[in-house]
Design a protein around this ligand. Structure first.
Ligand code: SF4
Length: 295
């Protein structure tokens, strides 16, 4: 039994409350205990993940070409160059960065799976956009990343973060909820506000199908990352304003697991339903299959 053990978000909050510390401290100490590493070592490891976040954004924005399938690519650069007409600065930046990282993933550039490769754009995009707009330092981002990782581990333990198991609610839904929590942390929110940010975002992604066209993590994945990054910012803003989720966080995670179990296999990364089986989705799959046969 570890001193900083937590299996639920309620446990995580209790650990923080009894010591009067932040959620990130609970997650960091738990990581130190389980990995048997010193604080400076686990923080260095997290800093290296942050470095990759930045590298992925640069790689995605720097390469305007299409992916091998021709389905995605160049949209991060396009959105960056377009003057925002509707989104505020932070949300617009988060959408650009999420597109950039997801496009980088589609082109096999280096990314951090957080929690998965398909959802890799959301958390880094929101965290880096928030840090830049709020003017917070690297240490604050490391703290936020520990907290988000700790929350993500709870979801993985009690539900799933795999599209093949729980649909896209498990992948991109979890990523967005982690991102909302991280944004609240970076904005100086309380532990309760962080958990509310997570809750408001997680419950609004419930039921999201995993239906990638042609089995590629490109359509709808890349643009979904950008849209959910913006949703994460909206959830964080609501939480910081004191808005609370009626359904408690651990019950939302339970609901996500339950929906995942009920979801048909056709909507769990098999490309047998949803967008993958639209007329256009099927035509793309056939075209790509033929081009592979001709190679
Ligand atoms: S649609 Fe499926 S493959 Fe694409 S990001 Fe969501 S869970 Fe991953």
């Amino acid at each position: 039994m570890y001193q900083y053990e937590y299996k639920t978000l309620h446990d995580m909050m209790s650990q923080a409350d009894k010591r009067n510390i932040s959620l990130w401290e609970v997650a960091m100490h738990h990581e130190m205990e389980t990995s048997e590493q010193a604080e400076q070592d686990v923080r260095r490891m997290m800093a290296s993940r942050l470095d990759v976040f930045h590298e992925s954004i640069e790689a995605g924005l720097g390469d305007k070409e299409k992916s091998v399938s021709g389905l995605v690519g160049g949209d991060a650069y396009r959105l960056l160059g377009a003057k925002a007409k509707l989104l505020g600065g932070l949300a617009h930046k988060a959408a650009v960065y999420a597109l950039a990282i997801s496009e980088a993933n589609a082109k096999m550039f280096k990314i951090v799976a957080c929690p998965t490769a398909g959802s890799c754009g959301i958390l880094p995009a929101v965290m880096i956009a928030a840090a830049e707009e709020l003017g917070t330092d690297t240490e604050a981002s490391i703290n936020a990343l520990f907290m988000a990782a700790g929350i993500g581990a709870v979801v993985a333990r009690n539900a799933s973060v795999a599209g093949a198991v729980g649909g896209c609610q498990a992948e991109c839904g979890t990523a967005a909820a982690m991102a909302a929590a991280a944004a609240v942390e970076l904005a100086g929110g309380t532990n309760d506000e962080i958990i509310q940010g997570f809750s408001l975002c997680m419950k609004n992604t419930l039921g999201l199908a995993c239906d990638p066209v042609a089995g590629l993590v490109e359509v709808p994945c890349v643009k979904r990352n950008a849209c959910l990054a913006v949703m994460a910012v909206a959830a964080a803003e609501m939480a910081l304003a004191g808005i609370k989720s009626v359904i408690p966080p651990d019950e939302i995670i339970e609901a996500m697991a339950s929906i995942g179990h009920m979801m048909p296999v056709a909507l769990k990364e098999t490309s047998e339903g949803g967008l993958a089986r639209t007329a256009t989705g099927k035509a793309i799959a056939e075209r790509l299959e033929k081009s592979m046969q001709n190679e």
